[in-house]
Structure formats: structure tokens, C-alpha cells
Design a protein around this ligand. Structure first.
Ligand code: GTP
Ligand code: MG
Length: 320
């Protein structure tokens, strides 16, 4: 397989090669990008972009299918990112998966942001400790990122939490356009800083505010889909975990019939994008219940975790 950064293997003109290298840190990043986007980002003609993408795919061995057995082998050796709750890790099949999108949805105070903070700490741990030996990119759409709270969660691992804070890149996204731009320009930051986790907290807020009502639905879905594709591409191209949070849409009947009538926001089209979807709900005190509700490989199970002063932890089982 070709060296991941060896663009000379593409055998294109020096000018085109240089433009590609400026935009794409690795061949896999180029190979997984739609040619139209390569045209836009590199300002080269469509034919050169198509050739570059095709050649990159060939060089890294992406053009041929692999067997399911090989795929299983590849998946088995991929590490998982711990949530700091063994129960939650267990229903997730070992923790958060790399190369996939995982969504946590729930109403307010169900622990979505707290979980996201915990993952930003845990991703920095070694693989033996349940981490991914990397850094985190936190895309904050609601202005709720709290360095002080993240530092509190780092204390169990270090006397100097700033060491952990230095490895969390926080991008405050002010609107959908900004949110999309941060993701589509993330390649270089990811490669340079060994980002192994991208958080989008929350995926829904700007999209819902900027595209309200049925009339805006087609435009919202289209923008959202292309954003989701960018995230999926990054997760596979850089073997990293993407975790998004989502709000819950209430059905007034659910007040009488329970949580089952609540559903994550952003509709059906978005619903197919995350690989694993987890619903969070409140229980007594610090306890929260997580339920897998849509995953191609995880059973619909529930786990209990607690939000403690030190972060996400297991607690006594609930007698529910
Ligand atoms: P929204 O963003 O409003 O939709 O909610 P969320 O699901 O992101 O909730 P979040 O993760 O912010 O969880 C809030 C809950 O975490 C609060 O109800 C607190 O119980 C708990 N929490 C937040 N900060 C602390 C803290 O410093 N110490 C402790 N022990 N608990 C905290
Ligand atoms: Mg939140």
C-alpha cells in the first residue's frame, strides 16, 4: 500500500499535486472526497480532480472490495473509546466505535454534554486504558463547553488538568454555515494534532433554528445530509470516532404513555446517518439510563450510568 502522504505516486503535474497537498493531508482524505469538492477546494478543473481521486483510491487499495472475513478482522482490531461507565461500554460493544457516527439524544440535562466532556478526556488515554491516544475536536453549537468542568473530569488522571485541556480543540460554531465549514476544513487539524474524536454538541440546534417549518424541510435535509457525509468521511478516512448529540422532539401524548413516544429531532433522513443511536433519559438523582435504539450490530439494551463530580461513572444498579 502507498505511503499515506506520498502524493507523487499520483503522477500528476507538479502544480496540481501541490494544490492537492495543500488541501488534503493524506491520500485517503483525497480518495474519500467527492470530485466536485476537490474542484472547489483546490481550484483545479473537474477532469484533473476526477483523475486525482481515482488514482488516490487505486493507490491506497480502495478500488477493490474486500471479503467480509477481512472486514471482520479489521473491525476486531479497532480500539474502542471508553465512556468511563462499564455498563454503558458493554451495551455499546466495548465503548464508542471509531470509523462510525454515534448519536446520543435526550431531553435537557440527560447528560449528553457531560458524556461528551468525558469522552474528550478519555480519548487522550492510552489504548490500554480505554482511550485512543489522541486529541479531541469539540464543535460547540450551543456555547456550553465548560473548560472548568472538563478540568474537573481530568483530575482523576493528572495533577495538572491543563495537559488535558491543551489537547481539546474547541470550535464555537455560530450557525449552520459555520458548523459545516469547521467540519469541511478539519482535515489538516486532524492530521497535525492526531484528532481521534470529533464531537458535535449539538447537531440539531442551528439546523432547527435556521430551517424552521415544513417549507424549509427539503433544504434543511439536503444541507444536513452533506454535513453528515463530511463527518462520516472524516471518521473513516482518519479512523476516528464521531459523536453527535441531538435534541428530543416531544409528543404531548408521551406525558401519559412514557418515553417511547419521544423521538430524536432532525427527522428520518438524518436518522439513517448515525451508525449507532442511543437515547438517554433521566432517572433518580444522578442516574441516567441509556438505551440503544438503532444500530446494525448492537442489541436494544439499556445501561445505567451516573453523572458524578468526577465525571461519568457506574453506580449501584437501579431497582426499576
Ligand atoms: P441540554 O444540553 O440542555 O439538552 O442537556 P444535556 O443533556 O447536555 O445535559 P448535561 O450533559 O449538561 O447534563 C446536565 C446535568 O449534569 C445536570 O443536571 C447535573 O445534574 C449534571 N452536572 C453538570 N455539571 C455537573 C458538575 O459539575 N457536577 C456534578 N456532580 N454534576 C454535574
Ligand atoms: Mg448539552
Amino acid at each position: 500500500m502507498a505511503e499515506k502522504n506520498d502524493f507523487t505516486g499520483l503522477k500528476l503535474s507538479e502544480e496540481v499535486t501541490n494544490r492537492l497537498k495543500e488541501e488534503f493531508p493524506t491520500l485517503i482524505a483525497l480518495a474519500t472526497t467527492p470530485p466536485d469538492e476537490v474542484v472547489r477546494r483546490c481550484e483545479i478543473n473537474r477532469r484533473s480532480a476526477e483523475t486525482a481521486v481515482l488514482k488516490a483510491r487505486k493507490l491506497i487499495g480502495m478500488s477493490e472490495p474486500i471479503t467480509a472475513a477481512e472486514l471482520l478482522q479489521q473491525r476486531l482490531i479497532k480500539p474502542h473509546l471508553t465512556t468511563s461507565s462499564q455498563q454503558l461500554d458493554e451495551i455499546l460493544g466495548g465503548g464508542i466505535h471509531v470509523g462510525a457516527l454515534t448519536e446520543f439524544s435526550g431531553s435537557f440535562s440527560t447528560g449528553k454534554t457531560q458524556l461528551a466532556f468525558q469522552l474528550c478526556i478519555n480519548v487522550q488515554l492510552s489504548v490500554e486504558e480505554g482511550g485512543l491516544d489522541g486529541t479531541a475536536l469539540f464543535i460547540d453549537t450551543e456555547n456550553t463547553f465548560s473548560p472548568a468542568r472538563v478540568a474537573e473530569m481530568a483530575y482523576p488522571f493528572t495533577k495538572d488538568p491543563s495537559l488535558f485541556l491543551k489537547k481539546i480543540f474547541v470550535s464555537r460554531a455560530y450557525n449552520t454555515d459555520h458548523q459545516i465549514q469547521i467540519v469541511s476544513k478539519a482535515d489538516k487539524l486532524i492530521e497535525k494534532n492526531e484528532v481521534r474524536l470529533i464531537i458535535v454538541d449539538s447537531m440539531a440546534s442551528h439546523f432547527r433554528a435556521e430551517f424552521p417549518g415544513k417549507d424549509n424541510l427539503p433544504r434543511r435535509q439536503q444541507t444536513l445530509m452533506s454535513h453528515a457525509e463530511d463527518l462520516q468521511r472524516l471518521s473513516e478516512a482518519f479512523e476516528l470516532a464521531v459523536v453527535t448529540t441531538n435534541q428530543i422532539l416531544g409528543n404531548p401524548d408521551s406525558l401519559f404513555t412514557g418515553e417511547s413516544n419521544l423521538s430524536p429531532a432532525l427527522g428520518f433522513a438524518w436518522g439513517h446517518r448515525p451508525t449507532h443511536r442511543i437515547l438517554l433519559r433521566k432517572s433518580r438523582g444522578t442516574a441516567r439510563i441509556a438505551r440503544i435504539f438503532d444500530s446494525p450490530e448492537l442489541a436494544e439494551r439499556e445501561a445505567v450510568f451516573h453523572i458524578t463530580s468526577q465525571g461519568i461513572r457506574d453506580g449501584p444498579p437501579l431497582d426499576y
